[in-house]
Design a protein. Structure first.
Length: 367
């Protein structure tokens, strides 16, 4: 069954908080564009609640509440449930069976080498001060491989932090296919060509923007909230007077402009510069103040967020319809993932009751 020739996308998000502009440029905006390209046979978005529980086991209410937040964010950004299937991970039992079988194909040493998991363990304070590392969290790259392969996805549009997950998934696919036969599809990661979008930093400039760190501009942010976030944003601490030369590397305002602005924005809001490079040159030379840069960024962000806010107001008023979208999407995903599990079990010869030829095989082997 290998080499399924279909074009299938799988991506997902952990429902640990509402989505932010980092998710948007890292993955969500691309998903909408790919969805509307008409080039894909199937597109699935998985709300990874079970994965979110691996480091939030004591707070199931948070995960439950954020399922609706995340879904509203998808719909507000233009995910169309007629073209994209949105589904909930914990409702897809095939994923856990696949995870269990894939666990036999991965060593603990390999898990320990995963740089994203390493930094996430550190960030969460696991293995420090008596806080243990949950086994579920440690092994989540394996369950993520189950997610991707269960949908036979060949295309996975994600942020840079997911690269090690995709590498690990590919290894599992190769190991599985070479051991049991060609069943699984080798997935390709799709990263944004714009490097600023691959790992958008938080407004504090310290780490990647992340729901778990509270350094975010959320997609549902009002104009007032965007203003507050932009004006408290980390810039260049040595750029004290307007006349001082400033640094653009590590300066959040410029990183966000790298991710969001285009020449059209300059024509519209800041015509004294033709493009971002000209603006950066002025900042580095000295003579361009942070306030002016921030005002421009605020306008750029609000332009991007305005249609998202508009669509959101419509969906906010129809939660029963959103509930139905999730229910229907999850039912479809249950069928898809169930089919892959059957193929996997056939290949692994653990399909006893789907294979009546086994009776004669056992008869012939009786000793
Ligand atoms: P958590 O802190 O719970 O892990 P998160 O903010 O890291 O949340 P995820 O749900 O883990 O978000 O990631 C969802 C998707 O968004 C992934 O494809 C990931 O690569 C992408 N992504 C997350 N944060 C960023 C970011 N700051 N810049 C670009 N892409 C991002
Ligand atoms: Mg994450």
């Amino acid at each position: 069954m290998a080499g399924n020739k279909k074009n299938i996308i799988l991506t997902g998000d952990r429902p640990t908080g509402p989505l932010h502009i980092g998710h948007y440029v890292g993955s969500l905006k691309r998903r909408v564009a790919l969805q509307n390209s008409g080039k894909f046979d199937d597109i699935y978005i998985l709300i990874a609640d079970a994965q979110a529980l691996t480091d939030n086991a004591d707070d199931p209410k948070k995960i439950r509440d954020n399922i609706i937040n995340v879904t509203l964010d998808y719909l507000s950004c233009g995910i169309d449930p007629e073209k994209t299937t949105i589904c909930i991970q914990s409702e897809l039992p095939a994923l856990y069976e696949l995870t269990a079988y894939y666990m036999n194909l991965v060593t603990t040493a390999r898990l320990e080498r995963n740089p994203t998991v390493k930094s996430e363990i550190k960030m969460r304070g696991f293995n420090e001060g008596g806080v243990g590392l949950p086994v579920g969290f440690y092994t989540y790259p394996i369950s993520q491989a189950a997610d991707i392969t269960a949908f036979k996805a060949n295309c996975v549009p994600v942020g840079e932090d997911q690269m090690p997950m995709l590498e690990q998934c590919k290894e599992i696919v190769h190991k599985f296919n070479s051991t049991y036969g060609e069943v699984l599809v080798d997935p390709q990661i799709l990263l944004n060509e714009n490097t600023a979008c691959r790992r958008l930093p938080g407004t504090d400039g310290k780490a990647k923007m992340s729901k778990s760190l509270g350094n975010c501009i959320y997609l549902h942010a009002t104009e007032k909230e965007v203003h507050e976030k932009v004006f408290s944003m980390f810039t260049d601490p040595d750029h004290i007077n307007v006349a001082d030369p400033g640094k653009v590397e590590g300066n959040c305002v410029f990183t966000y402009l790298d991710a969001f602005s285009n020449d059209e924005h300059f024509r519209e809001y800041l015509p004294e510069y033709a493009c971002l490079d000209e603006m950066k040159e002025h900042y580095m030379r000295g003579g361009l103040g942070d306030v002016k840069c921030k005002k421009f960024l605020e306008k750029v962000l609000n332009e991007e967020l305005a249609p998202i806010r508009e669509r959101r107001a419509k969906w906010d008023a129809d939660i029963p319809a959103v509930y139905e979208i999730l229910k229907k999407g999850t039912e479809k995903a249950r069928e898809t993932t169930g089919r892959t599990l059957s193929e996997v079990k056939d290949a692994m010869m653990i399909n006893y009751f789907a294979d009546s030829a086994l009776i004669s095989e056992w008869e012939a082997n009786i000793r």
